[in-house]
Design a protein around this ligand. Structure first.
Ligand code: ZN
Ligand code: ZN
Length: 51
């Protein structure tokens, strides 16, 4: 499944803040968030997953 990889950086006081957010692609054809998601006409609601 796709997920966001968040890199944290730290203030001098010790608190952390999100520095960088990167989408990790699962590369599955049936995943609607994936860059490999089927581009051909298909039944997306029934065949694909939201992951
Ligand atoms: Zn995915
Ligand atoms: Zn689809």
């Amino acid at each position: 499944m796709c997920y966001h990889l968040v890199t944290f950086s730290e203030y001098t006081c010790g608190h952390q803040y999100p520095l960088h957010r990167q989408l990790m692609d699962c590369h599955r054809r049936i995943c609607v968030f994936s860059s490999n998601h089927i581009t051909d006409k298909h039944d997306c609601t029934n065949e694909c997953i939201l992951e």
